[in-house]
Design a protein around this ligand. Structure first.
Ligand code: SF4
Length: 568
């Protein structure tokens, strides 16, 4: 365990801090994971002291998750500090909890066979920026060398022309990440480059592993030294320690040992690999640019919107449980895992993916349009205007308006220039945040019965501000319609849902939520309705765990970890 960092996730509404930050502010904490960590390593890192007997006033609530070694620490008496969850790695329960919106963890891109691969990767990441805005990186290879540059910030801020010029070669992988703020953010930015017994490997990963703790400690006992706290590095260490003779066999062997969500791209000095987990949680598509004078350029991307920007033709998705390899001889593929029922993340269709992308074989725009129409059929209400909460509610609102025969109006305007500056873990900044981001168009709302369309209610605080804002602009009635079912359980697969006790729908009836957000009426899309909208004619299997609590992987017991205790 020596040298590992710890992340702490606050159990309060004001988001995520590194435990380090909290400790430096003078709060006293102890940890319920007795004897698991070396005090000396913590002292060296400047962290709180662990491993002591539990002092009076500390109510330990130990839980050592089989995935990541997670425990809840409760502050000493007289401390105003909130409870923390402590974990030995990136918290697969709540990788970050910021504000009242959900964040995707990552977007990945890979380019094979292009003379300016770095610039292609840069453009691809640009199109995937919505999947993560905290850090980004690009690694390139030219057959001999493997270069890697990553930094904090937006893709356009990090990769200036001068920086891209340093990344030479015809192969590239890239990554854009949403992460918690703090010291470990750059350390864990990707691609991660690791020297292994199988050679130099760079990896970029979208998703979260759920059996991380078990695998990591087994590897450490076998002598693995981790350079980051990222679960992505576990995949590389598994490859390095695999007894398989060839690299491709070692990758297949390693991927079959991990569980959870992973859409990954990997690169060695002369090859690119792409793979999806057997459940197919996160999307990953394959595209091609035809080159009349040589081999085609092959591209892997989290979403097809990046293929469009690169003028690449969409070929197909990487299948769940499939490992694809691209060399100068072309593409080969194998199923490293079969028989797992597909459980692709339905929230990609509800919120995360861009509407101009095709994920899990279906256009996101089509799914969202259908969600709006179905919502109008299931929970229509007499009104004068349909107003989306921009940007993600727009497509569903168009569908609702058309189905209900009510005019669609852009009654809320989003300021697109509010960026990361205001993503800060301080409530006073957040309170300002909604008003900075959204402004009502008074002449469209005054005296009107308004149907507001949004894609989710997480804690309810943002929804309440928006309802108040619309009413404050003169609306006579405000009816909120949500284009998915109530979010009642956290995500373990790469979406930073807050704890169950912070999810308003996990602890309150729809009527109680309506009262809290101060709407005249509130309705959600049914689960059957959502599934119907995201399937169409296809037979796609979806994960709906955040709406049902039924998780497709085995180890999770949300009720045990996070009892619902809070109500509004
Ligand atoms: Fe997606 Fe929800 Fe499943 Fe997470 S729990 S993978 S957000 S559907």
């Amino acid at each position: 365990m020596s040298g590992m960092l710890f992340q702490g996730v606050e159990g309060e509404t004001d988001g995520t801090h590194l435990l380090h930050d909290v400790a430096l502010k003078g709060h006293d904490f102890s940890c319920a994971i007795q004897g698991l960590y070396r005090e000396s390593a913590l002292a060296a890192e400047g962290w709180v002291t662990l491993g002591e007997s539990i002092p009076q006033g500390l109510k330990p609530d130990p839980f050592i998750g089989p995935a990541c070694g997670t425990a809840k620490a409760v502050p000493f008496q007289n401390s105003s500090a909130p409870e923390l969850l402590l974990t030995t790695g990136p918290c697969s329960l709540f990788p970050g909890a910021e504000g009242d919106t959900l964040h995707e963890e990552c977007g990945v891109i890979a380019i094979h066979g292009h003379p300016d691969a770095a610039r292609q990767a840069y453009l691809g990441l640009y199109a995937l920026q919505h999947r993560g805005q905290e850090s980004a990186g690009i690694a390139t290879a030219d057959g001999q060398h493997l270069a890697n540059i990553k930094g904090m910030g937006l893709v356009s801020e990090i990769f200036t022309d001068d920086v891209i010029a340093k990344l030479t070669g015809s192969m590239a992988i890239g990554h854009t990440r949403y992460s918690t703020t703090g010291d470990s953010a750059l350390l864990n930015a990707q691609p991660i480059r690791v020297e292994s017994t199988k050679g130099l490997i760079a990896i970029a990963h979208n998703g979260n592993l759920v059996n991380l703790g078990n695998v990591r400690s087994r590897l450490e006992r076998a002598g693995a030294y981790f350079q980051t706290t990222s679960d992505s590095e576990i995949i590389v260490q598994l490859i390095a320690h695999s007894p398989a003779g060839s690299l491709v066999d070692a990758i297949a062997d390693s991927l079959s040992q991990i569980d959870g969500a992973f859409s990954i791209v990997m690169m060695t000095r002369d090859r690119i690999f792409a793979a999806r987990d057997p459940h197919g949680f996160r999307p990953l598509s394959i595209g091609r640019i035809k080159n009349p004078d040589g081999p085609d350029t092959i591209i892997f991307s989290s979403e097809t919107c990046a293929l469009d920007l690169l003028r690449a033709e969409y070929l197909r998705d990487v299948l769940p449980g499939e490992l694809v390899m691209v060399t100068e001889d072309g593409i080969t593929s194998r199923q490293y895992s079969t028989g797992t029922p597909q459980s692709s993340c339905i929230f990609e269709h509800v919120y995360f993916a861009r509407p101009d992308s095709r994920v899990f074989g279906r256009w996101v725009q089509e799914s969202r349009d259908q969600m709006g129409r179905q919502l109008a059929r299931e929970a229509g209400v007499p009104a004068d205007v349909v107003v989306p909460v921009p940007d993600s509610g727009v497509t569903a609102a168009l569908g609702y308006a058309e189905e209900a025969g009510i005019p669609f109006r852009l009654g809320l305007i989003r300021n697109h220039y509010v960026g990361r500056t205001f993503i800060e873990p301080e409530q006073r900044v957040r309170d300002f945040g909604v008003r900075l981001k959204l402004n009502p168009v008074r002449n469209l709302l005054e005296g009107k019965r308004v149907v507001l369309i949004d894609d989710s209610i997480i804690r309810g605080t943002t929804s309440r501000k928006i309802v108040r804002m619309v009413r404050g602009a003169g609306a006579k009635e405000v009816h909120l319609r949500i284009s998915c079912p109530p979010t009642i359980s956290p995500c373990f697969y790469g979406v930073d849902t807050p704890s169950k006790r912070e999810l308003i729908a996990a602890n309150n009836s729809i009527e109680e939520i309506r009262r809290f957000i101060e709407a005249d009426s509130l309705a959600y899309l049914s689960l059957d309705g959502l599934l119907q909208c995201c399937r169409g004619e296809e037979q796609t299997g979806y994960c709906t765990a955040c709406y049902t609590g039924n998780y497709p992987t085995e180890w999770v017991d949300v009720d045990e970890i996070l009892p619902a205790t809070m109500s509004v």
